[in-house]
Design a protein around this ligand. Sequence first.
Ligand SMILES: [Zn+2]
Length: 233
Amino acid sequence: MRQFGNLAIIIFGPPGSGKGTQAQLLADKLDYVHFDTGRYIRELLYNPKFNKNKTIKKERQLNKSGKLNTTPWVLKIVDKKIDEINRLKKGIILSGSPRTILEAFGNNKNRGIMKVLEKDYGKKNIFIFVLNIPEKESIKRNSHRLICSVCRSPILGIIKRCNIKICPFCGGKLESRFDDKKEIVVQRMKEYRRQTYPIIKELKKRKFKIININAAAMPYKIYSQISKKILNK
Ligand SMILES: [Zn+2]
């Protein structure tokens, strides 16, 4: 394995492309921290402790309707987390952010995520993967996705055909994710296209390393493509 400083890896992909799974596999392999922004945000938003918090209530409504959360709020959370992980001398894997141009590049009021990553990890250590998957496949996978009611492990739609009834990790009961209803998935995909495509275009312009991956294959195949790119570069 080649020697390198800690990397910052960003994985883009529409809902159902398996970006969370890939991020987790990489994190286990490299001993990096997988920062799943979506999951982290959901945990904050649906923590009953914050039921009276006005900001959280507003952001919760946005999340429920499948819309993106407001940028300054997301940036504050994500920037803090990136710095925290870097201070632990760990590489980072982001799945689920940046989701907008503003989140990625910031403005005069907010420092964007790319700036924070460049400062903490160095531009040459940033790897960006784009998982591509046909829309139909994305919907199919999302509508089959289950999650463990106890440990929150996701069961992939692609694997569910094996007819698993309980969580293979802890034996907990499996449930559907409430935001995986078809119309919400469609809305999230629309948001992904509208918001993420321009980020990828801008990242290219700014000469970041971007690697496209065909994500219609089984997760282990996608993983081997990604890890080759990282380890052999
Ligand atoms: Zn479980």
